[in-house]
Design a protein around this ligand. Sequence first.
Ligand SMILES: Cc1ncc(C[n+]2csc(CCOP(=O)(O)OP(=O)(O)O)c2C)c(N)n1
Length: 666
Amino acid sequence: MSNQTIEAKSINTIRLLSAEAIQKANSGHPGLPMGMAPVAYLLFKNIMKHNPKNSKWLNRDRFVLSGGHGSMLLYSILHLSGYDISLDDLKNFRQWESKTPGHPEFGRTDGVETTTGPLGQGLANAIGMAVAQKHLAALFNKDGYKILDHFIYAEAGDGDLMEGLSHEVASFAGHNKLGNMILFYDDNSITIDGDISLSNSDDAAKRFDSYNWHVQTVDDVTDLVALNDAVKAAQSTTDKPSIIITKTLIGHGSPNKQGTAAAHGAPLGDDEIVLVKRAFGFPEDEKFFVPSEVTEHYAELIEKGAKLENDWDELFASYSEKYPEKAKLFTQVLSGDFGEAWKDLIPHFDNYGEGMATRNSSQTVLNAVAPGLPTLFGGSADLTPSNNTAIKGWEDFTPETPEGKYIRYGIREFAMAAMMNGMAIYGGVIPYGGTFMVFSDYLRPTLRIASLSHIKMIYVLTHDSIGVGEDGPTHQPVEHAAALRSIPGVVFLRPADANETAQAWKFAIAHEDGPVALALTRQKLTILDRTEFASEEGVQKGAYIVKDSEGTPDLIIMASGSEVELSIKAAAELDSTGVKVRVVSFPSWEIFDMQSDEYKNSVLPNEVRARLSVEAGIKFGWEKYVGLDGSSISIEQFGASAPQDKLFEEYGFTVANIVAEGKKLV
Ligand SMILES: Cc1ncc(C[n+]2csc(CCOP(=O)(O)OP(=O)(O)O)c2C)c(N)n1
């Protein structure tokens, strides 16, 4: 062992720690960590600016492991670099409440920059971080004061690059010339099923070249000089994102498994690990062994990191002297704290009785509130004139104007959303993005990760029902409200008129814990007369009595969005026949569920069993509010291409039908 270079020993330590933790857990993926160990070593030891004792230091380089199954690579290198992950934490890999879960989870482990595992999303998060950095750097850097000048490094494997998402985000990154993004492609030609030739024959170099990336290949990942040179060339290419295709050997060091799918996703086995130790010249009877010279070698990072951060603190101090206003705003932007003043900018619509599509109300609200929230940073997946997400006076985010706040995502919903996750994690921005609600299917996989990561963003989902009309069933969401509500932690809000829309935005902006999705109409909805009906502020409670009966109601009608006005009209008709009706406007189940039992019972008293829900979507889930004795007016099939009035009539969303159903119930 003694005649090995310190680099080789340090790299082999990463490999063995990873293999042993996986062996101890009796599950995990040793192949990636063993193959990519040289990249992790080079980045953390020699290339990246980071401070292991402050993993939140602002100007640190980020590293995203998109192949989250290779989590042990990250945990091993974080441990060796001096982050708050002990050897015991490595021994606890994949155990209950450990800091070292099966796949990296944002917020759980010191130094883990984002949650990865669903392939493709980590890469997209990294590109989102690159967007946020470029934007904030453009807003705040000054000559001689580059307060944000770090890189975003990421690893992606065959799996990440096969996922369609990688196309969307790589194309976006190339178009936007994200020179701060440096990607390592773990080109090992192996996936779970076997050799990559079973399922793929792309040329990654040509692919990324056509996306306008700077492309390099390192034929042998263990050639640290070549690897280092490639990184330097990537760093100095500022007008293109870079990909470094590194040829690696999956499971490198395992004599019987390296280079085969057997190394991908199963422990190597105790006997095989002994062989790895023998090959590396490590003591065969020691477990989780870190040679003392390796410990010392990595220990330099602590001092180096402290100095880097200290230098930055000094830079920021003199920046603050020279540009006090900018410095103050920078601090405020990163804390996200703009006080309560923005709430006063939320408009109230008093043109009662007039019709206004809630997508239009949304645009009015967004434009009114934007001046009070300099961190809003949004766009649409090529539906700006339909989603109404543009803000007057805002410039586009482009390579020439990275300070611009409006992002042209193109027709890339999944990329938009996965990049928004990266931006939200990066901080300093509140990402919002628009698409048709029906295409929330295209971004759904990112919502659960956003929720799991407790990160904040706002979705503007317009064209929220069969009310879309002529575009027909392909464009009419039917099961989407239920699908969005089914994701734990996602708040779904479907406001009933302009004033509820204003309240929905107010909730969304204030909500810090997870994504909020606003469902908005294409068609006009009457602005409810709030001198006659209850205040729209009830939206802050998820559901509220918008129109009540005298005394205990005989029937409760619950409705959301476009169906609220119909329900109010039906209630008036039922009232005139002696049926006492309470109408509950129900924009959000999740917010209602957060309220006290007392409030919930005051809106939906236990003793009133005749309950009807009215919503232009599937009824799935409404049972919990309507109960066994209630019923639902819903649509249990796909819509059709026709004018929206005709569709509402054909599918039973009419005053007459609500009245008839209500009568049946009482
Ligand atoms: C979206 C998604 N689909 C499937 C999987 C399951 N999965 C995990 S790793 C993997 C193979 C990835 O191959 P590669 O990127 O080459 O990783 P390596 O074999 O090099 O470790 C698959 C299919 C996943 N994690 N995410």
